[in-house]
Write a protein that binds this ligand. Sequence first.
Ligand code: G6Q
Length: 555
Amino acid sequence: MGAPVRTTKGQGTTPLAKRKAWKALQAHYKTMQQIHLRSLFADDPERGGRMTAEAVGLFLDYSKNRITDETVKLLIELAGESGLRARIDAMFRGDKINITENRAVLHVALRAPEGESIFVDGEDVVPQVHAVLDKMAEFSNRVRSGEWKGHTGSRIRNVINIGIGGSDLGPVMAYEALKHYSDRAMTFRFVSNVDSTDFAEAVSDLDPSETLFIVSSKTFTTLETMTNAHTARAWSVNGLGGDEKSVARHFVAVSTNATEVARFGIDTANMFGFWDWVGGRYSMDSAIGLSTMLAIGPETFRAMLDGFHQMDEHFRTTPFERNLPILMGLLAVWYNDFFGAETVAVLPYEQYLKRFPAYLQQLTMESNGKHVTLDGTAVNYATGPIYWGEPGTNGQHSFYQLIHQGTRLIPCDFIGFAQPLNPLGRHQDLLLANVFAQTEALAFGKTSEQVKKEGTPDWLVPHRVFEGNRPSNTLLAERLTPETLGKLVALYEHSVFTQGVIWNINSFDQWGVELGKVLAQRIIPELETKEEPALSHDSSTNNLIRRYRRLKEAS
Ligand code: G6Q
């Protein structure tokens, strides 16, 4: 097979380091590197009001970044020179921009309203999306109302999603994020790890007659998922008197692979499909979100999709200088490539978003952890930063020390909401006071003069100085609703896209996960065989395998 035809012209022709705006940014950085946020604010009293952008109910304050209007202008020029406009249009049009897999990248079609048209290989995919959504809705309503019964006639009270990676992280994150809106009479669990503890703990207190499994796997061949699915089937069938017919009432599948679904024993009438143009880490709003829909109901799920779509439209149509995902993506590039920042911390001040950083880790790092450009040339600049984080305020009592006083520059995204979902006394004001205080402390710090004035003994002064000049974004919204969650996820999806376009990499493949999978397949029989295997790995791997074999026999 020859190389696929590039459907997006006009990008990647000039290597990044040779683009005019890139060079201008290099020169500009030399000045910016010296300037403190204290002086940027002191010299420009309007800054905090001006360096903001608001769209679809999300307010972004990016004024506490180490930038000037000139920086923003140059970054936007860089986006222009990098062909961002054409790349956005290509994605939304359904061009096969995932060139290494020759696939369109159309998570935006998953939330396109009925009546819109997006074509892949001459076929309008939007009606297909809505047909699956309708099927999911019908099924969800039947389960939620109790009409769908288990094999013994019991109502389904427990739903377990079995999946991993993109078929797990989105569903878990969304369930936790939207728990407030979920049916509390039902229990939702998520099994992903091939470590048997994951499954064992998930079912330990559940009754098989009330438990429905969703086997979520695009390929339906993933080792972890299929191992867990078979274990689940055995647990379920055994718990239901050994009748294989029970599988039809207790297992449904979300997959693109009908053949394997049928082979597993799931009736393909109970399979919810999606398409090769949905990447795993971009799939939480496809049928992979079936557990989410079961938890929150079809209407609320559609509200989430509407939130996604609003952000898609904002991204597609808004000029770059007011475009939230583009601004955030460009700022990430600014710190990653000019300041040499290696990580970005995402700090949601909302307990329900506790899994949001973990979700973002896959979205960002699987997408932009790439070392070659679209044409296969090794990059000579840093690509995807490491994303990490924890909900505030907990992180403040843990790793924030390093952000405030360590030697590394860690740009932070603070995410806060004005209205709590569980209002209790003063909690929300205390929570939000911490958001504002942290960004203020990071930016402005505390000088030695200030520390001395407080009467601190000289020897202690250096320890108590905060350099400041630590950048952050603050995202504020009214309230965490399903709609807001959709907007937030789409915001980061498109920020990741923007970064990938600047770096001229393919944000939509993940070849880096393959090698380990292949090697594991080779090692599995070496661990399982009763005979001492002839090993031909390196001496470390051989030694570890032998030691493991001895240790497991020891019990
Ligand atoms: C995500 C990746 C990956 C994938 C898992 C599960 O973008 O493709 O995380 O989601 O490997 O794959 P299956 O859904 O095919 O089981």
